[in-house]
Design a protein around this ligand. Sequence first.
Ligand SMILES: [Zn+2]
Length: 136
Amino acid sequence: MADPTSKLEMERSALLQKLAATGDMRRGSITECYRRCGKATCACSAADHPGHGPYYAFTTKVDGKTKTLQLRPGPLLTKMEREVETYRDFRGTCDKLIKVNEAICVARPVDASGQEKKRHSPTSSNARSLPRSKLS
Ligand SMILES: [Zn+2]
């Protein structure tokens, strides 16, 4: 009795609700990096030294060009990490939403659109208004 698509539709509603609740987000990624200063006398010249840091870099593409913003640990870095994370979640939710929708498309019976029902309907005046009637 239960509609095979109802579970998928509930899943879709949940994903749409999650998308609606999306907060501030931005595309890009934040990487942690360490650098060697190049001075032979510095401790970082040792092979097992990771280099100075950590430094943080926010990288994003603007009009096809890669833009990098150097960041120090602090409130701005924390804020941007949250915004980038929100974007990653958003994209993940979008992918799931597309997959659920495609599953709904596959599961949805053809006659759910009402065309089959209208064909069997006793009122033929309704059927005449359908574009499909031109084929017959
Ligand atoms: Zn150094």
